[in-house]
Ligand binder design. Structure first.
Ligand SMILES: NC(=O)c1ccc[n+]([C@@H]2O[C@H](COP(=O)([O-])OP(=O)(O)OC[C@H]3O[C@@H](n4cnc5c(N)ncnc54)[C@H](OP(=O)(O)O)[C@@H]3O)[C@@H](O)[C@H]2O)c1
Length: 308
């Protein structure tokens, strides 16, 4: 398992993160097996959000199933998010403070290693975010901060007031949902959908500013519409390429789908959503694979992206 020294923080963590968005209906024992398998595979970072599983539902399931001792707690990096409410987004100071206290209680911990603003709030007042972050940081409740699904301009607006570094941006990225990479490859091509920059250059901005990108839904075709793995009806070429490259590296296609993201020199983290311990192990194996340029571009084009 590859580990990364995460820029702008004092954290070192695995480049694979286990996301816990889907654990709400699992038994305590199954949660312990899933998390234990992740730990045994070298995964040290775990991703939550206030909104997962209903209000703090998945955090609560994790907290009560794991009952982390202080030494267990110190060995992992716990990340959670704030800002999505029922039907609207809320980056107000009072909501951020209240939600973090609820996350701490649900997770049964004294501190959160990383807090992300979940989705851009149209009504954001960066002064309020800054005040909330400073209060949380001074109280030792949150060590590091970041955002999710934000554009460079939105990050810059926050940075005008927020004192702490915004060290992370969690964004949707898989081989098939790869516009943030693919747009740059086809820059300035007329009448080509791939050429449209949908995030105002978040990839280059993040590399230039040492922001760690975290790839969510790494196996989903698009927005929660199933995985491309084994979808031969829509992704026959991609699955053929995944099979061949997996065989060449002695891992599974799941591992290669992870390796496609970790091969990018931006030093991204991959946030898994599987609840299946076997798939966690297959994914973790992908962290140790370094794809050649030819393999990486073959997967890119097999997924339907153009290399002009
Ligand atoms: N920041 C954001 O806005 C945002 C949005 C969404 C998610 N996230 C984070 O990202 C994490 C991952 O998201 P995700 O769950 O959508 O991503 P994912 O890992 O791409 O998808 C996992 C889902 O696909 C299923 N699946 C079916 N076949 C699979 C296969 N061969 N390999 C792997 N999975 C397969 C899994 O089922 P099994 O459980 O049966 O394996 C699971 O339901 C979440 O847990 C959450 O932490 C963040």
């Amino acid at each position: 398992m590859k580990t990364l020294e995460l820029p702008q923080t004092d954290l070192t963590a695995s480049d694979i993160v286990l996301g816990l968005m889907r654990i709400n209906d699992m038994s305590d024992e199954d949660i312990r097996t899933l998390v234990g398998t992740a730990r045994d595979s070298g995964i040290t970072m775990f991703d939550h959000a206030a909104v997962y599983g209903g209000w703090h539902g998945c955090e609560q399931r994790f907290g009560s199933a794991m009952g982390l001792s202080s030494s267990d707690r110190a060995e992992i990096v716990l990340q959670t998010k704030v800002g999505i409410r029922q039907g609207f987004f809320d980056f107000s100071e009072s909501h951020i403070l209240e939600s973090v206290d609820e996350s701490l209680a649900a997770l049964q911990t004294d501190y959160i290693d990383v807090l992300l603003l979940h989705r851009p709030d149209a009504l954001v007042e960066p002064e309020e975010v800054a005040s909330a972050f400073s209060t949380l940081h001074a109280a030792g409740k949150v060590k590091h901060f970041g955002v999710s699904n934000h554009t460079p301009g939105q990050v810059e607006l926050l940075k005008k007031h927020v004192e702490q570094p915004l060290a992370f941006n969690q964004v949707q990225l898989s081989i098939t949902h790869a516009n943030l990479i693919a747009a740059g490859v086809a820059a300035n091509m007329g009448a080509l959908d791939q050429s449209i920059d949908r995030d105002n250059g978040i990839l280059d901005y993040s590399r230039l500013n040492d922001v760690t990108l975290q790839a969510w839904s790494p196996f989903q075709k698009g927005f929660f519409d199933g995985v491309f793995l084994d979808d031969r009806e829509n992704y026959a070429d991609l699955n053929d390429a995944l099979d061949e490259i997996a065989a060449a590296h002695g891992v599974t296609p799941t591992g290669i789908a992870v390796a496609w993201i970790t091969r990018h020199p931006a030093q991204m983290q991959v946030v898994l959503g599987t609840t299946n311990p076997g798939r966690v192990q297959e994914s973790a194996a992908g962290s140790d694979v370094r794809l050649s340029r030819e393999e990486w571009y073959r997967l890119f084009t097999a997924a339907g992206h153009l290399v002009p």
